[in-house]
Unconditional design. Structure first.
Length: 105
């Protein structure tokens, strides 16, 4: 499993709830803390992780779930925009296209 860093330094200030997660937590271990995280927060974490991994088929599926869990189009755009600085604009562009497809359907 690839380690996912979820600290403030790596994700920026756009999502303060990520700052509470320890930098040493592996993505798979985040779910052990799920009682502390709302579906909204878990959706943001999952979509962010999948985008940084370039796992676009899975991102598409989880972005649909995120929309169902109350993530607004504006929130998703903000997440993608900030992650572009860490993962690159080509990946962000792909994610923007996926988000547009999902949020406009």
């Amino acid at each position: 499993m690839k380690k996912q860093i979820a600290g403030r330094d790596n994700l920026g200030e756009f999502a303060p709830q990520f700052a509470e997660l320890n930098d040493d937590v592996l993505f798979g271990e985040v779910w052990s803390r799920e009682e502390k995280l709302s579906l909204h927060q878990r959706s943001l974490i999952t979509c962010s992780s999948l985008l940084t991994q370039g796992a676009f088929p899975q991102l598409r599926a989880h972005m649909k779930i995120a929309k169902e869990n109350g993530i607004t189009k504006e929130e998703m755009v903000e997440v993608i925009t900030h992650l572009a600085f860490y993962n690159g604009w080509p990946s962000a562009w792909t994610a923007f296209n996926i988000a547009q497809e999902i949020y406009e359907s």
